[in-house]
Design a protein around this ligand. Structure first.
Ligand code: SF4
Length: 265
């Protein structure tokens, strides 16, 4: 096999991305803490417009009080709201957790289903949440969770062009080997936070620069115009790197912005 370049076929470059980022970030895993699939689902819901760190501060007490869907329905929404309040948008999040618990008890005896088709029917869960929960809690790779970082990096690497997460996931599932679907998100999140940041990617020190079209372009501009300011990102994904969690499908567009808690970032 010849040397890979920025114009090599996307599947070959995707394999190289996995190989190199695995070597660079051997400990890249989800930072939300949980013990069961239900708890992971709840943590993902809470991570909307909130940092994983803040979610991890809230969940120990929350999971002690509400370890499973049954305990949620034996409690009250008001108690839920109080416990999740520090994560922001707490009324909406508490309602999602309550509705999710109700749905799971009515349709799945309180257990989490293990297919994307069934999981996306749980209130508060969409394809991204389903991919995260199935991959993390059960080791089932049925999709790729395309969060802010995974989407931005996949586009910069020229592997996909889509900005819509569902379309982006569909394209990535063709390009990325299935055995790497779960790791893909974690590796790209780690790299997006450390190096390929939204506003100013650090292309000169990036382990992917020889296979990245955008990196090649940015480095070429920097060489020709050494005093030029870094180019503005072509992406619209401008979440503060390393700050706001990007796991959840419960985004700001579905989160009330008035009188329902305060966004934390
Ligand atoms: S070369 Fe630059 S744009 Fe490409 S992945 Fe690395 S940091 Fe991101």
């Amino acid at each position: 096999m010849g040397r890979l370049t920025a114009t090599s076929p996307p599947p070959a470059r995707a394999r190289a991305v996995v190989r190199r980022l695995t070597a660079t970030y051997p400990d890249a895993v989800i930072s939300l803490r949980y013990e069961t699939g239900w708890q992971l689902l709840v943590a993902v819901v809470l991570s909307a417009q909130c940092t994983d760190e803040r979610v991890n501060q809230v969940t120990p007490a929350l999971f002690r009080r509400f370890p499973d869907p049954t305990s949620v329905l034996n409690g009250s929404v008001e108690e839920l709201e109080e416990l999740v309040r520090p994560t922001g948008f707490y009324r909406n999040k508490a309602r999602s957790i309550w509705r999710g618990a109700t749905y799971l008890l009515e349709h799945h005896d309180g257990e989490l289903p293990r297919t994307t088709r069934e999981l996306v029917r749980v209130p508060g869960a969409g394809r991204k949440t389903a991919a995260v929960v199935l991959g993390e809690a059960f080791g089932i790779a049925e999709g790729i969770a395309v969060d802010t970082h995974a989407g931005r990096l996949s586009r910069r690497l020229g592997l996909i062009t889509e900005t819509d997460p569902v379309q982006a996931e569909r394209s990535l599932m063709v390009i990325v080997e299935r055995r790497s679907w779960i790791a893909w998100t974690h590796l790209l999140i780690a790299h997006g936070r450390a190096v390929c940041r939204s506003r100013v990617p650090r292309c000169d020190g990036c382990v992917l620069r020889d296979i990245c079209p955008e990196g090649r372009q940015r480095l070429s501009v920097a060489r020709r115009h050494p005093r030029a300011r870094p180019a503005a990102p072509r992406d619209s994904s401008r979440a503060a790197p390393g700050m706001v969690s990007s796991w959840t499908d419960l985004t700001s567009s579905s989160t009330p912005t008035a009188s329902h808690g305060t966004p934390t970032a």
